[in-house]
Design a protein around this ligand. Structure first.
Ligand SMILES: Nc1ncnc2c1ncn2[C@@H]1O[C@H](COP(=O)(O)OP(=O)(O)O)[C@@H](O)[C@H]1O
Ligand SMILES: [Mg+2]
Length: 352
């Protein structure tokens, strides 16, 4: 067969490979690029919808198997790239080059929401995504401490934008950077509203794939104003396993649904002997949303937060580190599916 014919046969074979989560073939999803056949070897690039793709191996196996069936192909070499789909409303309404905004939320305080937000953001960055972390917990900002920054003053660009800090591969901004740590801040509704929007518009975030927002606990003003003032791509609901915590998380989930914010899923934190496990999974099942995994209750998670070295950065192979990585992948995959299937509610600006 001529190289052109082989090329077409390889394309046809890739057209039969189904992306396991989007349930369409790689070619019509425009995930295949630069197909080239040389000496019986097929070379091509697969463009994933997230660098944190949990199903890369499955896609690899399926693509390889399909292409090796082509007569005359003896070898397959795949290059990987990624192009995260964009929630077009963010650029449309705010002219900000952020591809997604994800709120991390919980019904009540103390369930580990900030810990989860930090570790997820770091895990996404470690996988190669451009990640940002916004501490919108204005009354009790604790992200600065958790990423080892303490009390620092951000600098300002010539056009008066705050420059976010870069730590563990991600960009971070917190209300905690802007106020004296000993002065309690009292934010009333309208101020809270403008503060959250300002955090998007007055910070030089640059281009990001995932903006993680750590919200204050509860189902009150902050959630409402965030959902009203910026287009939220989705909400991640954090809960502890025990039923009292799940009741609070259920209220939070219902509130986002009422605000038409898609639910990325439920993540169970502090799973294990003390609080049991399974509450998060049951909540996800009951509300028909994705279960994103469980993070074990482990001393190194708390130590990581206290010392400013998130556990995924310092101890990625520990059970908690691995659990955060798996959760970050599950979230990235869910966000891709949300963005690629919820059109026209979320206008697309998909693969180039
Ligand atoms: N999986 C976990 N294992 C052990 N300790 C945890 C875990 N998740 C959170 N913590 C600890 O629990 C406390 C509360 O967590 P934090 O993230 O501040 O909660 P929230 O933001 O929901 O108020 C912190 O001391 C934190 O280090
Ligand atoms: Mg917190």
């Amino acid at each position: 067969m001529s190289d052109q014919k082989l090329h077409d046969a390889v394309m046809a074979a890739l057209g039969t490979v189904i992306e396991p989560e989007l349930h369409r073939d790689l070619v019509s999803l425009k995930m295949v690029r630069d197909v080239r056949v040389e000496d019986g070897a097929a070379h091509f690039t697969v463009v994933l919808t997230t660098p944190a793709c949990p199903l890369k191996d499955v896609i690899y196996q399926r693509a390889k198997q399909a292409v090796l069936k082509v007569d005359g192909i003896r070898d397959v070499a795949i290059k990987w790239e990624s192009n995260v789909p964009a929630d077009g409303r963010i650029f449309g309404r705010m002219q900000l080059p952020l591809r997604s905004i994800l709120a991390v939320s919980s019904g009540k305080g103390g369930v580990g929401k900030s810990t989860v937000a930090v570790n997820l953001a770091v895990a996404l960055a470690q996988s190669g995504a451009r990640a940002g972390l916004m501490d919108a917990d204005i009354l009790g900002p604790n992200i600065p401490k958790m990423v080892g920054l303490g009390f620092v003053q951000p600098t300002i660009t010539p056009d008066q934008k705050l420059i976010p800090f870069e730590v563990f591969g991600l960009k971070v901004m917190s209300m905690g950077f802007l106020a004296d740590p000993n002065t309690p801040m009292i934010w009333r509704g309208p101020m809270l509203h403008s503060a959250i929007r300002q955090f998007f518009e007055d910070v030089a975030w640059g281009e990001l794939d995932y903006m993680i927002v750590d919200l204050p606990p509860g189902t009150g003003d902050a959630q409402l104003s965030l959902a009203q003032s910026v287009p939220l791509t989705g909400a991640i609901i954090v809960t502890q396993p025990q039923s009292v915590a799940v009741d609070d998380a259920r209220r939070g989930l219902a509130m986002f649904e009422k605000l038409n914010v898609p639910i990325v899923g439920v993540l169970e934190n502090m799973s294990g002997d003390l609080f049991g496990e399974g509450g998060g999974e049951r909540l996800a099942e009951e509300r028909d949303v994705a279960f994103l995994g469980r993070i074990p209750l482990m001393a190194n998670v708390r130590q990581g937060g206290d010392s400013g070295h998130p556990v995924v950065a310092d101890d990625p192979d520990s059970p908690a580190g691995q659990a955060f990585h798996a959760a970050a992948q599950a979230i990235a995959a869910r966000v891709s599916v949300l963005l690629l299937t919820q059109a026209p509610t979320i206008p697309l600006n998909v693969i180039k």
